[in-house]
Design a protein around this ligand. Sequence first.
Ligand SMILES: NC(=O)c1ccc[n+]([C@@H]2O[C@H](COP(=O)([O-])OP(=O)(O)OC[C@H]3O[C@@H](n4cnc5c(N)ncnc54)[C@H](O)[C@@H]3O)[C@@H](O)[C@H]2O)c1
Length: 309
Amino acid sequence: MKTIKNVLIFGAGMMGKNIAFVFSSDPTLDITVYARSDKDLYNSIRENTKALIAAGALTTEELEERLKRIRFTTDLADPNIANTDLVIEAVNEDMQLKKDTFAKLEELCRPDAIFCTNSSVMSPSEISQDLKHRERFVGTHFWNPGHLIPLVEVVKSDATTDEVAEAVMDIMRRVGKKPALCKKDVPGFIANRMQHALWREAISIVEHGIADARTVDEAVKYSFGLRLPQLAPLENADMVGTELTWQIHDYILQHLEDSHRPSPLLEKLRSEGKLGFKSGEGFQKWTPEEIKKSAADLNAYLVRMLYQK
Ligand SMILES: NC(=O)c1ccc[n+]([C@@H]2O[C@H](COP(=O)([O-])OP(=O)(O)OC[C@H]3O[C@@H](n4cnc5c(N)ncnc54)[C@H](O)[C@@H]3O)[C@@H](O)[C@H]2O)c1
């Protein structure tokens, strides 16, 4: 398997900085982050990792030690770019920008360097379609917050070799992630397909007056949501048995939402400027304090779940 030592993170936004922090957990790796401009990037990593320090999952000394191993550069002629073994691209979610970025990287990097895109939804086959070495290109979908959520979907394009996918799975395990191999390049990869099937049903329940938004969320939080981290759908189906699962599906699937378009309720909220946290109202009304608390509670919950066992 290909040895990976030099890692390049291309793009220093929210995801790029968190991904750099993740890779710094392995002291044998040299990490370079390419940023367009020289801002105080170390301080935003310090800010993002405060919850880990508060929970005792990371000490300030360990953090500073890890930050020393992350180099930021604004120079495309930096020798670490030419020498990189693996690139993770984390520029904005724009197809042309991603294609142009990889075309440039193909000129700058060795032909055997592995190219990864952190696109949330875009097809790795399409992003890589004009490259000369398509076989070394793969999707690596980190979830936000990237330094906390363990899953990374490793998405094969129509040209990715098994060897490249396995090398990427291996490095993700080395830096403490839980990689999941998505064997086909399909929209939504694995986890977002399931997540949005649930959101579609949740919105439909509100739209049809079956329950209000708060009740829908609570029905998830206090039932299957509570056990999901321990008992996921297919283990659950085996636990209750494929016979019972078949009987339930035979009765209920015909009644579930199966629209192929965004819901009319969602469309209405959007057109009325009810944009959620951004405007203070979406499916529910939100005060500035509740909005702040939601993000803080999520980070604290994730740290508790992952590090305080
Ligand atoms: N935010 C999320 O929740 C999330 C989750 C998973 C994946 N992603 C994906 O990660 C990628 C980055 O998202 P983000 O949330 O970090 O966005 P962001 O806006 O915080 O960061 C994007 C960065 O790319 C930089 N950039 C743009 N053009 C560039 C160029 N030509 N050269 C170098 N840098 C350039 C910008 O300066 C910015 O720092 C996107 O593809 C996004 O879909 C985002």
